[in-house]
Write a protein that binds this ligand. Structure first.
Ligand code: NG6
Ligand code: CA
Length: 512
């Protein structure tokens, strides 16, 4: 509560400034889910057309060396929205749908930063950072105790976690959207509710998609999920309409806030599992549902660009497009993604996928467009981290960030606008088992670990784990095939120091 008043007060103070400088750009931050470095045509994708994203890239800068902080969603998004490496904060691993809100209300976020500067702010789509006070205690039939509204977002329309996790309902302004008075909602990650079917016991009810591993608990819309839920009635989402519903909210938000600066965090469900896009996006590529989900994602991007044009604000809007982590092909549903790849490489030239320490886990597309300011048609090879997006965007309006907030974020605004190609000294990245790797210059280092070489459940994904330190020269070995650690002990030492630095808690403000 305290924080809300403070934010309001600061927003009030900033308002006069905001009006005087009405030319400050809007920001739309598009974060795809599990979209790989190689999944877009402009990044060399085979078999799938992405005309909207390609034209966004053509209108600005396409970056070739951007990294998510982590190879899974929750820690990656935590770092993006707070400017803090996820490993500093316990409880940031892949969150269940009944996780309590992981970013605490008193923590300063990217959205707080925009709101304090007078921006209208919105979080749309995938959240996956917990809701409510405490894990497992939420009453989904009443307003939730802690929501993105406490983190600087004026408006939210979100999924609590992922579309493969219950509860399968949208939360709008702290309450279940389209709430059905006649069908109360119960959620448990411990046990099923009596008489409720599950994917495990009732496979005949999986009429839309079957699971390949996991995802055999409650059934919603003919698809098995992780976790148990009961009720929901008309509030339950239909997977085929998720892209439409969040895109519509984005278009409406743009339309209704075109006369003031706005910040939209647009986090798509595409291309996460279960991939079940709307009929109109199906069959336009030979890769089946995974390809269709990419086509649907591209459509959402196109709609947003169209809405910005229609509202007359396209020139003064920064659109950033990226992904929360690397791609995964089979992530637990029988959608034939693996067998239909037809030569497509979701991670582009990189080894490994989502979850991995190899680059395929964290190397992500990154496109920045600002037609009124940034010249079109650029490519930029600067080595960057998503943790820097917060302070870089803050630099647009000289944001005053409270002491101790965004401790790992550094200002690379000019690089992100294509005005130079300054690289970060080093970029740390975390696998799903907390192994830390570091990129610096052309080097890539993976710290030794005892973990298995392949992830231990269903999909065939290399973890990047090895008992030996690994060092790769990315200038001639993007695929991380030849470990040259033994040849370059001094480089290994330096990289180990970077890993140590990255792990050391930082409370002081980083300035650059
Ligand atoms: C895994 C899920 C996977 C996906 C992932 C999180 C199983 C077998 N696998 O546990 O399907 O949901 O978590 O993905 O349940 S993320 O992109 O949100 O991090
Ligand atoms: Ca993800």
């Amino acid at each position: 509560m305290k924080k809300r008043y403070l934010t309001l007060f600061m927003a009030g103070c900033a308002l006069a400034g905001a009006r005087a400088a009405d030319t400050r750009p809007n920001v739309v931050l598009i974060v795809a889910d599990d979209l790989g470095y190689g999944d877009l045509k402009c990044y060399g994708a085979k078999n799938v057309e992405t005309p909207a994203v390609d034209s966004l890239a053509k209108s600005g800068v396409r970056f070739t060396d951007m990294h998510a902080v982590a190879a899974t969603s929750t820690p990656s998004r935590y770092s993006l929205l707070t400017g803090e490496y996820a490993w500093r904060k316990p409880g940031t691993d892949v969150a269940p749908g009944d996780a309590g809100m992981i970013i605490r209300p008193e923590q300063y976020t990217m959205a707080d930063m925009f709101r304090s500067a007078g921006y209208a702010t919105a979080a749309l789509g995938k959240w996956h950072l917990g809701l409510g006070d405490k894990t497992g205690t939420q009453d989904w039939n009443a307003p939730l105790a802690a929501t993105p509204a406490d983190l600087g977002f004026d408006y939210h329309y979100i999924m609590a976690a992922t579309s493969d996790r219950v509860p399968c309902v949208f939360i709008e302004q702290g309450f279940v959207a389209n709430y059905d008075e006649t069908d109360s909602i119960f959620v448990s990650y411990r046990q099923n509710y009596e008489g409720e079917p599950t994917g495990k016991d009732n496979p005949e009810l999986l009429y839309n998609l079957k699971h390949s591993h996991g995802h055999d608990m409650s059934i919603v819309n003919g698809i098995g999920r992780i976790g148990y839920m009961k009720g929901g009635g008309k509030a339950l989402w239909k997977d085929e309409n998720i892209a439409d519903s969040i895109t519509e909210k984005a278009v409406n938000f743009i339309e209704s806030h075109k006369d003031e600066p706005f910040f939209i965090y647009f986090a798509t469900n595409d291309v996460h599992v279960p991939r079940f896009p709307h009929d109109r996006f199906r069959g336009k590529n030979p890769m089946g549902l995974r390809g269709d989900a990419i086509v649907q994602f591209d459509w959402s991007v196109g709609q947003i660009m169209e809405a910005l044009k229609k509202a007359g604000v396209a020139d003064n809007t920064i659109v950033i497009l990226t992904s929360d982590n690397g791609p995964v092909v089979d992530d637990g549903y029988d959608d034939r993604a693996e067998e239909l790849l037809n030569g497509h490489s979701p991670a582009g030239p990189f080894r490994g996928n989502k979850y991995s320490s190899f680059e395929g886990g964290t190397a992500v597309p990154f496109i920045v467009s600002w037609p009124g300011r940034v010249p079109a048609g650029q490519e930029n090879g600067a080595l960057l981290s998503q943790v820097d997006i917060m302070r870089s965007l803050g630099a647009l309006f000289n944001a005053r960030i409270p002491k101790g907030a965004a401790p790992d974020s550094q200002n690379y605004l000019l690089t992100m606008l294509g005005e130079n190609s300054d690289s970060r000294t080093y970029v740390p990245e975390m696998s799903n088992t907390h192994v830390i790797s570091v990129r610096s210059g052309n080097w890539k280092y993976i710290e030794p670990s005892d973990g298995p070489a392949m992830i231990p459940w269903g999909p065939k994904i290399e973890t990047g784990n090895s008992k030996e330190p690994q060092l790769y020269d990315m200038s001639n070995d993007k695929g991380e095939k030849k470990n040259v650690a033994a040849k370059h002990p001094e480089v290994v030492k330096q990289m180990q120091q970077y890993v140590k630095d990255a792990r050391t808690p930082r409370v002081e403000k980083v300035s650059r």
